[in-house]
Design a protein around this ligand. Structure first.
Ligand SMILES: Cc1cc2nc3c(=O)[nH]c(=O)nc-3n(C[C@H](O)[C@H](O)[C@H](O)COP(=O)(O)O)c2cc1C
Length: 184
């Protein structure tokens, strides 16, 4: 699949929509959050925050209800839903220009750690940011919700409705190296 031999963990990561009904233990969630903690960040400011809930709880429904309709259709089967937030300022009145960069890196560490434990993560930008902030009592002067994450063990794609089933099983596509880099 790849043109060059990257790490198995990187090659094997993908964003599924089918999840089994297995739950994720609290200890395993702590391992995922610990993986995020150990990411790099500008000035070591660690400008990230995670709000999460297990399926079957009110918190889960609160996150789910603020996802876009298309995402709700499959994300309702996730074991855990998370909202990842970036801190806006480094000091009062001074924006942190790299907080979204750092959050993305921490998020990647989390999903790669997850994958090593057979837990898959699927990121979602399709959500109602204002609604999420209101429902979850997020102080948007401090934090910006950036991406939601559905986490769970892999399920059977046959459970998905037809269009999602096709997307779930079609080959993944990527740009080539000469499209994304230039040697100078
Ligand atoms: C910031 C971000 C937002 C995304 N938003 C959505 C989304 O709202 N719904 C969805 O189904 N997938 C979403 N995705 C998943 C991407 O579509 C997916 O990562 C991309 O197609 C590459 O596929 P892969 O992760 O399986 O390699 C999002 C991914 C990221 C990183």
């Amino acid at each position: 699949m790849t043109d060059h031999p990257i790490l198995d963990l990187l090659r094997n990561r993908w964003s599924p929509r089918s999840f089994s009904n297995a739950t994720i233990s609290s200890e395993d969630i702590n391992i995922l959050l610990e993986a995020a903690i150990w990411s790099f960040s500008g000035g070591n400011l660690q400008p990230w925050f995670y709000i999460y809930a297990h399926r079957g709880t009110e918190g889960f429904e609160n996150i789910l209800n603020n996802l876009s309709g298309g995402n709700q259709g499959w994300a309702k089967h996730a074991a855990v839903l998370m909202v990842s937030l970036a801190k806006k300022e480094r000091d009062p009145g001074k924006p942190n220009l790299w907080s979204k960069h750092d959050l993305g890196a921490a998020n990647m560490q989390m999903v790669l750690q997850a994958l090593s434990m057979n837990i898959y993560g699927h990121f979602m930008g399709g959500f109602n940011s204002a609604g999420m902030a209101e429902t979850l009592n997020i102080d948007t002067t401090v934090y910006e919700p950036i991406a939601c994450i559905a986490l769970g063990y892999l399920g059977d794609p046959e459970q998905l409705e037809e269009t999602l089933k096709i997307r779930e099983t079609e080959p993944r596509k990527r740009k080539k190296i000469d499209e994304i880099s230039k040697l100078i």
